[in-house]
Design a protein around this ligand. Structure first.
Ligand SMILES: Nc1ncnc2c1ncn2[C@@H]1O[C@H](COP(=O)(O)OP(=O)(O)OP(=O)(O)O)[C@@H](O)[C@H]1O
Ligand SMILES: [Mg+2]
Length: 322
């Protein structure tokens, strides 16, 4: 869907982005990860031509982006700006309706779509006549997301969409984000400097440093097959938690016991991460979870301790194979 080919952006002698190439498949969520100044925003803005590359080529659905008028291109790409980028002198409703107005939608259509998104993003219709600064940071970020989703463009670019939020609000919005049906059918490039967020949300991660790509791969590939010392060290501090996010229940399936219990009240598909499964146990309330294998009628009911034992066995097996 998106193909970035040997693209560079130089500002004088500063190589903000230096000869990067990557592809994003349709309906994939690629996360650009890296420390401040490594070139994430510059890369994102070159995809919708807010910045023109010094060198290289970018194709969307096979078409060179420079061959299309920039305004037309941007209407087909949703964009969530870093720090939400809402216009302070426009009301929430006016902010959300910017692209549909450019597309000359009639009022009824704009209203319908706007209310549909408000509901999906848990925003009150009472916000519509307020100004962005009258909303909390989390609410503003949801409005920024609503604005980017309005025209239902097939491609969505998101720059630190959960950037300014405290940890609790952030994980709440992240969880909603993963479940949002609107996003399942989009091709997404998302920027973050937060490793945990990248592992939660990315199908693949593109780890950048000083304008260059250090490694592109699935979360598990970055963790278990780091391309170089930089990648290994970047993930080192949070390694344990990242592993729990990168390993899925299906990978420890064989190590899980085949007990059954009628007490299980939560059912999780086997493509859930170990971390998410751990979180779904609640002391005193959820003591058992049932893991199902999609496409089969197989199911296993397990306790928290059995899950941990299976995970440790999986880790031991990995080490013996090395
Ligand atoms: N308009 C510009 N003129 C000159 N240099 C720029 C310009 N825009 C960006 N840069 C430089 O390019 C580099 C990459 O910037 P970019 O905004 O892409 O970083 P980033 O990875 O998004 O960082 P952050 O996480 O802080 O948002 C930085 O060194 C920055 O100073
Ligand atoms: Mg940035």
């Amino acid at each position: 869907m998106i193909s970035v080919q040997q693209v560079s952006k130089h500002y004088g002698t500063n190589r903000a982005v230096n000869n990067i190439s990557f592809e994003v498949a349709e309906h994939e969520n690629l996360v650009l990860l890296g420390t401040s100044g490594c070139g994430k925003t510059t890369t994102l803005k070159m995809i919708n031509r807010l910045i023109e590359p010094t060198r290289g080529q970018i194709l969307i659905a096979g078409q060179d982006v420079t061959r299309q008028p920039a305004e037309l291109l941007r209407r087909n790409i949703g964009y969530v700006l870093q720090n939400n980028g809402l216009f302070p002198h426009y009301t929430v409703a006016e902010n959300i309706a910017i692209v549909p107005r450019l597309l000359k939608w009639d009022d009824a259509r704009i209203q319908n779509r706007m209310h549909e998104l408000l509901e999906k993003l848990h925003l009150s219709a009472a916000f519509l006549k307020l100004y962005p600064q009258q909303l909390s940071g989390g609410q503003q970020q949801r409005v920024g997301l609503a604005r980017a989703l309005m025209a239902d463009a097939p491609v969505l670019l998101m720059d630190e969409p959960f950037g300014a939020l405290d940890t609790i609000t952030r994980s709440k919005i992240q969880a909603e984000f993963k479940d949002l049906d609107e996003l399942q059918r989009k091709t997404i490039v998302m920027v973050t400097h937060d490793v945990q967020e990248a592992f939660e949300l990315g199908n693949r991660i593109c780890l950048m440093d000083q304008g260059a790509i250090m490694q592109i791969g699935t979360p598990a590939e970055l963790l278990f097959k780091p391309a170089n010392k930089f990648v290994r060290e970047f993930l080192q501090a949070q390694r344990l938690q990242l592993e729990l996010k990168a390993v899925l229940l299906q990978q420890v399936w064989d190590n899980l016991p085949t007990t059954t219990s009628t007490e299980a009240i939560k059912v999780l598909p086997a493509d859930t991460s170990i971390w998410a499964a751990m979180e779904s146990f609640e002391a005193g309330v959820v003591k058992f979870i049932t893991v199902t294998k999609p496409g089969t009628d197989q199911a296993k009911t397990i306790t928290f301790d059995q899950l941990m034992a299976a995970y440790h066995q999986y880790q031991n097996n990995l080490q013996h194979h090395e």
